[in-house]
Design a protein around this ligand. Structure first.
Ligand code: NAP
Ligand code: ZN
Length: 339
């Protein structure tokens, strides 16, 4: 089979490799689609540690080709999505039910071979069924959606809540949809790109604003802003120091800020403890997808969350190394690799 290996930091190679043999509890999955995530670029650049040589790709779905001898509940021919994050089940955090904080967390596509390949091995504990009728490209959105679901769970949005989402990438556009689904009546998206703002309005944002130039806080939550006084919940989905600093100022008194964006290790930001305390702002980071992958699969299977408009283009294997190693084009949301 063909697989795209990260051989070292900054070095990809597409090559033939033996098809992996499923262990007793593994599924061998023929990859139908695998999304390119910003994390793949960080791994390529050495900004997050990977374990080369390894095949990247953690947003994959496909069809089961073969199953290990002890697998039950899955059979060849079924379509599945994989939760790439494998917790040990034995450390103190796993025992507390905090599997995303596992001391020995391993991820498919980071520490083990992933989805930029014809086939990927998926432990049965990490597999979730998708309907045969589903567009194969849509399965690749279960993983990012599962991460957004964790953030939305932590936010405790109530019917009638107001929400501000910073950043109109795939994460921000999924959060917009989940916030509406959770009952928010006002969902304001801040992103610079005009095309992403139009798209967000079609996906349920009640208003969108261009944050470039001017005073974002004043124009969004000032007396004449979209949500005067601030939102019940603010989601930071841009992953920049300035947007993390901005987020608490967009929340109302007693409001909640959910940090989904990942900033490079070592980056620090300026926050005002006085302001956080006196306005009792809850600042909650949201990491990965603890126990949310099944619900993400259900939402994708049911078509409740729109993902087709988030696919900017599909590419083949031989174009993947180039696409991963370069920053996304302007207005581009998600590029999906189809083996
Ligand atoms: P992305 O495609 O890079 O989206 C970020 C968006 O932020 C960009 O599309 C950009 O759009 C917008 N942006 C840039 N500057 C801005 C500003 N000043 N104000 C408002 N928006 C601004 O990334 P993504 O895939 O959606 O992921 C978003 C973040 O979540 C990343 O940091 C990623 O690493 C992280 N993430 C976290 C988890 C988790 O479990 N916590 C899981 C997956 C991803 P414009 O050009 O339109 O401004
Ligand atoms: Zn653990």
């Amino acid at each position: 089979m063909k697989a795209l290996f990260l051989d070292a930091v900054g070095q990809f190679a597409l090559r033939d490799t033996p098809r992996p043999e499923p262990g007793p509890h593994d599924l061998l999955v023929r990859v139908e689609a695998c999304g390119i995530c910003g994390t793949d670029r960080h791994l390529f650049l050495g900004e997050f540690p990977a374990k080369p040589p390894v095949t990247l790709g953690h947003e994959f779905s496909g069809i089961i080709e073969a199953v290990g001898a002890r697998v039950s509940g899955f059979a060849p021919g079924m379509r599945v999505t994989g939760d790439p994050n494998i917790a040990c089940g034995r450390c103190p955090e796993c025992h507390r039910g905090r599997v995303n904080l596992c001391h020995h967390l391993q991820a498919i596509g980071i520490h083990r071979n992933g989805g930029f390949a014809d086939y990927v091995l998926l432990p049965e504990t990490q597999a979730f069924a998708l309907p045969p009728s589903l567009d194969p490209l849509h399965g690749a959105f279960c993983e990012p959606l599962a991460c957004c679901l964790h953030g939305v769970d932590l936010a405790e949005i109530k019917p009638g809540s107001s929400v501000i989402v910073i950043g109109g990438g795939v994460i921000g556009l999924l959060v917009v949809q989940l916030a509406r689904l959770a009952g928010a009546t006002e969902v304001v998206l801040l992103t610079r790109s005009e095309s992403k703002r139009r798209l967000a309005e079609g996906l349920g944002a009640t208003a969108t604003l261009d944050p470039s130039g001017g005073n974002v806080v004043e124009s969004t939550v000032g007396p004449h802003g979209a949500i005067p006084g601030g939102a019940d919940v603010v989601f930071e989905c841009a992953g920049l120091p300035e947007t993390v600093e901005q987020a608490p100022h967009l929340a109302r008194r007693g409001g909640t800020v959910i940090i989904l964006g990942v900033l490079p290790q070592g980056v620090t930001v300026a926050l005002s403890p006085f302001d956080l305390l006196f306005r009792e702002i809850k600042l909650i980071p949201s990491f990965l997808n603890p126990f949310t992958h099944a619900r993400a699969a259900a939402l994708i299977a049911a078509g409740t969350i729109q993902v087709a408009p988030l696919i900017s283009r599909t590419i083949r294997f031989d174009e993947a190394a180039d696409a991963i190693s370069h920053p996304a084009g302007s207005g581009e949301i998600r590029v999906v690799v189809v083996p």
